[in-house]
Design a protein around this ligand. Structure first.
Ligand SMILES: [Zn+2]
Ligand SMILES: [Zn+2]
Length: 319
C-alpha cells in the first residue's frame, strides 16, 4: 500500500517561495493498493490537491473514482469544481461523506457548484456522481475488493464474517481476506469529521489518516483503538506549541507534540504531519517536526523520533 499526498496545506492554498518545500495545495491524499479494482482510484478529500491528482488519474486512464470525504470545510472541497473528473461524465465517482444537519455529499456539491459561487451548476455534471451518506460513523465500514469494488457494511456484519469458524472459509471470509477494509472514526473538530483507517488484508499493512483533529487532554480509548498499530499515521499538526497555547486552541487542529503522543500511545510506526498552516513557512513546519521529535525523546520513545516527518505535496509514501 502506498499513499500520495497531493495536498498537505490546511485552511487555504498558498504559493510563495517560503512554502516551496512542503507545497501549498489543500488536503487531498490518494491511497494506492493492490486490493483496489484495476482502473479505479481511491482518494481522500477534494482540496485543491484534487486538481493535479485528477490530471494524473486521467492520464493513467482511471475509469472509476472513489472519493472519501473527511468533512466539507472549504480546504477539503475546493478542488472539486475544477477537477477534470468532475466534468468527465464517462468516469463514475462514488463519493462517501458524513451526513449531518441535512448536509451530505450531494447537498454539499449542490451548494458548492451553484450561483453565485460557481458558474457551472452541479445539475449539469451530476449524472456520474453517486453520493453515499455516512450517517452513523463508527457503525459502518467500507470493504474494497479488486473484483467486487467498494461496498458499505455494518460493523456487526463484518465482525460476524471475522468470527466464522467453519473449516472451509466462507465466500465472505475469502472476500475479506482479499480486501482493503476502511474503518471510520469521528475526530475532534467543529464539524462532523471522519478519520479513515485503511487495512490492507493481503499485506497486513495499516495506514490511518487523522486530519482536522484537535489536541485532547487524554486520548479517548475508542480513538486509540482506531489508530492502534498503524504502520503509518498521517496526522494534522497545524500549529506550534506556542501558537496553540496563545491563540489557536479550540480551532479544531493539533500540535506536533500531541501527534507525537498519539504516535507513542498507539504504537504507530511512522508519523507524517500534515494540514500545515497557511501562515507557516517551511521553517515553521520543520520546527513543528522538531517539537514532535523532542517530545518523543523527552518521553521515553527516542527510537520513534527518526520516524516523524512532515508531508509534502506530491510525496509518495510506502506504508
Ligand atoms: Zn482542514
Ligand atoms: Zn476542517
Amino acid at each position: 500500500m502506498r499513499l500520495k499526498t497531493y495536498g498537505t496545506r490546511g485552511s487555504t492554498p498558498v504559493s510563495r517561495a517560503e512554502t516551496r518545500c512542503y507545497g501549498g495545495n489543500t488536503t487531498c491524499i490518494r491511497i494506492m493498493s493492490n486490493c483496489l479494482p484495476r482502473d479505479s482510484a481511491l482518494v481522500i478529500d477534494a482540496g485543491t490537491g484534487l486538481v493535479p491528482a485528477s490530471l494524473d488519474l486521467f492520464n493513467e486512464g482511471v475509469q472509476h473514482l472513489v472519493l472519501l470525504m473527511t468533512h466539507y470545510h472549504h480546504d477539503h472541497t475546493q478542488g472539486l469544481p475544477l477537477a477534470r473528473h468532475t466534468f468527465e461524465k464517462s468516469v463514475p465517482i462514488d463519493m462517501y461523506g458524513p451526513h449531518e444537519h441535512g448536509i451530505g455529499p450531494m447537498e454539499m456539491l449542490r451548494t458548492l457548484m451553484s450561483a453565485p459561487f460557481f458558474p457551472v451548476d452541479f445539475s449539469r455534471v451530476a449524472s456520474h456522481f453517486n453520493c453515499h451518506d455516512l450517517e452513523a460513523i463508527g457503525r459502518h465500514l467500507l470493504m474494497v475488493h479488486p473484483q467486487r469494488g467498494a461496498r458499505l457494511l455494518r460493523v456487526d456484519e463484518y465482525e460476524q464474517i471475522l468470527t466464522q469458524t467453519a473449516r472451509i472459509p466462507s465466500a465472505e471470509q475469502v472476500l475479506q481476506d482479499e480486501s482493503l477494509v476502511v474503518h471510520m472514526h469521528k475526530t475532534v473538530h467543529p464539524e462532523y469529521t471522519v478519520s479513515y483507517r485503511f487495512e490492507e488484508r493481503t499485506s497486513g499493512k495499516v495506514a490511518v489518516v487523522l486530519t482536522d483533529h484537535e489536541n485532547t487532554v487524554n486520548l479517548p480509548k475508542d480513538l486509540r483503538m482506531h489508530i492502534d498499530g498503524a504502520n503509518l499515521l498521517i496526522q494534522d499538526a497545524q500549529y506550534t506549541r506556542a501558537q496553540y497555547q496563545t491563540t489557536t486552541s479550540g480551532f479544531g487542529h493539533a500540535t506536533g507534540e500531541y501527534a507525537a503522543r498519539v504516535m507513542k500511545e498507539c504504537n504507530v510506526g511512522r508519523l507524517g504531519l500534515t494540514h500545515h498552516d497557511p501562515m507557516s513557512d517551511d521553517s515553521i513546519v520543520n520546527s513543528i517536526v522538531d517539537e514532535a521529535r523532542s517530545w518523543l525523546i523527552a518521553n521515553g520513545a527516542p527510537e520513534l523520533a527518526d520516524h516523524v516527518f512532515a508531508c509534502a505535496d506530491y510525496q509518495e509514501i510506502e506504508v
